[in-house]
Design a protein around this ligand. Sequence first.
Ligand SMILES: C[S@@+](CC[C@H](N)C(=O)[O-])C[C@H]1O[C@@H](n2cnc3c(N)ncnc32)[C@H](O)[C@@H]1O
Length: 225
Amino acid sequence: MSFGLGHGRDLDPGDWGMDQKDLPPVDQGKWDPRRWFAHPERRFELEIGSGKGTFLLQQAPLEPMTNFLGMEWTNEFYRYAADRLRRHELANVRMMRANAVEFIRHWCPVGICSVIHLYFSDPWPKTRHHKRRVVQDQSLVDIHAALVQGGELRIVTDHVELWAWYEEHATRNAHLFERIVFDRPASAGEGEVVGTNFERKFRREGRPFHAMTLRRRETAATQGS
Ligand SMILES: C[S@@+](CC[C@H](N)C(=O)[O-])C[C@H]1O[C@@H](n2cnc3c(N)ncnc32)[C@H](O)[C@@H]1O
């Protein structure tokens, strides 16, 4: 039973949710999340840190030929988002309670994600916590591998220091990614960059936003593979 976000109503992920702990052990190899969808051959996009699932709820109906997987490691948010997507009967969205960084590194097959979305990720401002930030040199290598040719990592933040971190990492990993302009998704409302819950909250506080898209480059290692 989950009381906070469900306001007393039990949140039920049903067939829309699964837990990382139910994945096969890492040493058994990759686990393809596309198998979860009725049409696994379709374009696939992944969101890291979906929170309440608002981006998925808004964008997935506009792209019915794309399968979306949201990843969220906070149980309460995961349950809320999965329950919400289930109640809307969105056939092309699923939620996993998982550490997306671990999933991409250990389970995700190479070359399957057309887009990886990362919106308003936790800034972890203390220096000793920087290692918890999603974007690291290693996670960018893993994200590069998970993306299809020409695939994109799309990033938005309000946090000035985290933005500087993203810029440093984008520059240092320019051999992996070409930095291009962020295109707002079709579901973004007027004046919004993406239209997530955190964006709406921060907008009310008057904070400015920063966004970039990193497009996968083909490297010597990936060319011809
Ligand atoms: C600040 S919230 C933003 C939520 C949503 N994207 C939004 O804009 O409203 C960041 C979320 O990412 C989740 N998160 C952070 N790191 C994660 C990871 N490695 N894997 C999965 N979820 C993660 C947190 O639990 C949190 O719910």
